[in-house]
Design a protein. Structure first.
Ligand code: CA
Length: 227
């Protein structure tokens, strides 16, 4: 039985979600403030967190960062309609998916199941090694020649996605869909910007690539440097 922590300050929505997920066999714990939510995540080690962005004591994004600092748990954020900026910044801060209010119980359940399925298939926590580069998905840390890399959550997700497919060419569209969770829309420029930041941290550039190789017109791949 999968366990879910719901952090939502509106009682009606919180109870509706809790009841719906409990009816579908989930073990549900709910919290009405960010601080109670953080406690529940730290002590309960849930399989999934549903996080409202508008909480009374702390911005949902801040709570997400605090959760990410201590846990890899999949997080679905709930935002109000029209607050796209919230949603984008939550995804950039490490959320796995989102729902826009008002959402139906079926919609929520579909997202929950999809995220849990993804978490299971991505569950490998063995460090991935590409040349002198080591990516540890469990600890969300990467090192180059033994030196820790200071990566943002998105840069880490991007590097991890490429490292899991080393040698394979991955398109920008695929990266938008899988790393940014934007299967429709989204800008490939976003991918390019993050790739260039990642390259800088790996001590390389597009004109002098080492690990991140561009395959013109197709995408990028992570390779072991040749020298
Ligand atoms: Ca709220």
């Amino acid at each position: 039985m999968a366990s879910v922590v719901i952090v939502e300050d509106e009682q009606r929505i919180r109870e509706l979600m809790a009841r719906a997920l409990a009816d579908r066999g989930f073990d549900v714990e709910s919290a009405s403030t960010a601080m109670d939510g953080l406690q529940a995540v730290v002590h309960g080690s849930p399989d999934l967190v549903i996080l409202d962005m508008g909480l009374p004591d702390l911005d949902g994004r801040e709570l997400l960062k605090m959760i990410r600092a201590v846990s890899e748990v999949p997080v679905i954020v709930a935002t109000a309609r029209g607050e796209d900026r919230d949603m984008v910044s939550a995804l950039n801060a490490g959320a796995d998916d989102y729902v826009v209010k008002p959402f139906s119980v079926d919609q929520l359940e579909a997202r929950v199941n999809a995220v849990l399925r993804r978490a299971k298939t991505n569950g490998g926590t063995h460090p991935l090694v590409v040349g002198a580069l080591e990516v540890d998905p469990g600890a969300r840390r990467a090192r180059l020649a033994g030196m820790p890399l200071d990566l943002s959550p998105k840069e880490f997700d991007l590097l991890r996605y490429l490292a899991e497919r080393q040698g394979e060419v991955v398109s920008r569209r695929e990266l938008l869909a899988e790393v940014w969770r934007q299967p429709y829309g989204g800008s490939e420029k976003t991918v390019d910007v993050h790739l260039s930041w990642l390259r800088r941290k790996l001590g390389e550039s597009a004109s002098e690539p080492r690990y991140v190789e561009t395959v013109f017109g197709v995408g990028v791949r992570l390779v072991e440097p040749t020298e």
